[in-house]
Write a protein of this length. Sequence first.
Length: 253
Amino acid sequence: MLTFFKPDTTPDMNALRNGAECNPHGHGYALLTDNDTITVGHSLDAETAIGEFAALRVQYPHGPALFHSRYATHGLRSLDNCHPFRLGGDERTVLAHNGVLPSNVHPAEGDQRSDTRIAAEDFLPAAPFGSLDSWTGREGLERWLGTDKLVLLTVDPAYTHRAYIFNEARGHWETEAGIWYSNRDYLDYRWGYAAGWDFSFCEFCGANDDDGVGPHCGFCGFCAECKNQFPHCDCPDLDGHDRYADLIDLEYA
């Protein structure tokens, strides 16, 4: 779950907690602070990270900011693999990502880093797509990302802007609040279906699945409620059984 905040916006604490509950493998934040610097923090405990971020946001409300909660796909579930990451070790630029990056940045055997950390440390610092301020560079990066999303914050004068959202259209804006979310994990899924919320966009594979089976993506089978990939859905019915098991069996027969 990746969240971006425009300048002078206030974090929605419930939304951050919902995202952290769905993505429990580490948390981090970054925000522009005084003297043209970026303050970054990480924690494996959601309440610690959210509390630190909220306090800093009160102190430094006027710049862009991001918050990230990790659902691990590659690399150890460790503090070192929590987003955001410094781009090439540069203190002036950080990035955070939502999704699963292409195989060229997947860790080799014995490499305990996550795919995003490898991208930040090894791949993206070489500017493989050119300047991100150019149409060519932005298009190249977004094509490489596929359905993934990426937020970059920087105080490096080489960049035109202080904040960038790549594949912005694949996320969701709460326009009045000035907050962008990479997927729907910030919503409370317990009440979402009763309220008629639209969960057709799969947060795992990115497919637009209007005909999904319950909370399950019809393309990859990912469950938006328990956050498990097909066929490992843990959602219980009132009698303790998997309430979607029969539907999933039919869908993937």
